[in-house]
Design a protein around this ligand. Structure first.
Ligand code: G3P
Length: 217
């Protein structure tokens, strides 16, 4: 499973990138607002750092506007994936932009039918939002499994990009189901390293080591 980082915070991306943990980046209007940065400036910095796809989201509501914004965003760098919402207009924009050869990430997906339409429209990535479904007491992971099954049934090549990831558990569950990509906030990727037994074990080893009075260096 590829790891995308769901943030527009350049320092956090840089740290994870140095560890080889960044296969791509996703941003959205909320994350750009949170960064306090200019969209083109910060997206360019991210694209200069990361070789993989960097999703930058359009904000127009009509297909023509999305296509226009997509073309503008694409000027930032070759590795831009144009992000459009899963609306009828978004699907139209997706078809045009992918026909032109651009990578398109169709976002705000909450049903298997929406994912099926995005694949038919040629989406490069489909972004089902797990956490926001869980918030409504609907099993977000079940949606990932349904999309996996449907895409595999018919050989769709659209990549399933599990989004709205809120916990380390979401990451392993998405990987078990076979999501192609998961995009997670930096804190979730860090949390994947944690285990209470690791902390406990390390503590015991260090206490025993201290008793030996030895030093390694
Ligand atoms: O990738 C989409 C993501 O940014 C949404 O996450 O936590 O705002 O639902 P969240």
């Amino acid at each position: 499973m590829k790891f995308f980082v769901d943030t527009a915070e350049i320092d956090a991306i840089r740290e994870l990138h140095a560890l080889g943990m960044v296969d791509g980046v996703t941003t959205n209007p909320s994350l750009i607002a949170k960064s306090g940065r200019d969209i083109k400036e910060v997206t360019k910095e991210i694209c200069d750092l990361v070789d993989g796809p960097v999703s930058a989201e359009t904000v127009a509501l009509d297909a023509e506007g999305m296509i226009k914004e997509g073309h503008e965003l694409k000027k930032i760098a070759d590795n831009i994936a144009i992000k459009v919402p899963l609306t009828w207009e978004g699907l139209k924009a997706c078809k045009t932009l992918t026909d032109e050869g651009h990578m398109v990430n169709v976002t705000l997906c909450f049903s298997a039918n929406q994912a099926l339409l995005a694949a038919k429209a040629g989406a490069t990535f489909i972004s089902p939002f797990i956490g926001r479904l869980d918030d409504l007491n609907i099993d977000g992971m079940e949606l990932i499994a349904d999309i996996r099954e449907i895409y595999d049934n018919y050989g769709f090549t659209t990549q399933i990009l599990a989004a709205s990831i809120r916990s380390a558990n979401h990451m392993s569950e998405a990987a078990k189901i076979g999501a192609d990509v998961a995009t997670a906030p930096p804190a979730v990727i860090h949390a994947m390293a944690n285990h209470v037994l690791t902390d406990k074990g390390l503590d015991a080893f260090l206490k025993d080591w201290e008793k030996t009075g030895q030093k390694i260096v």
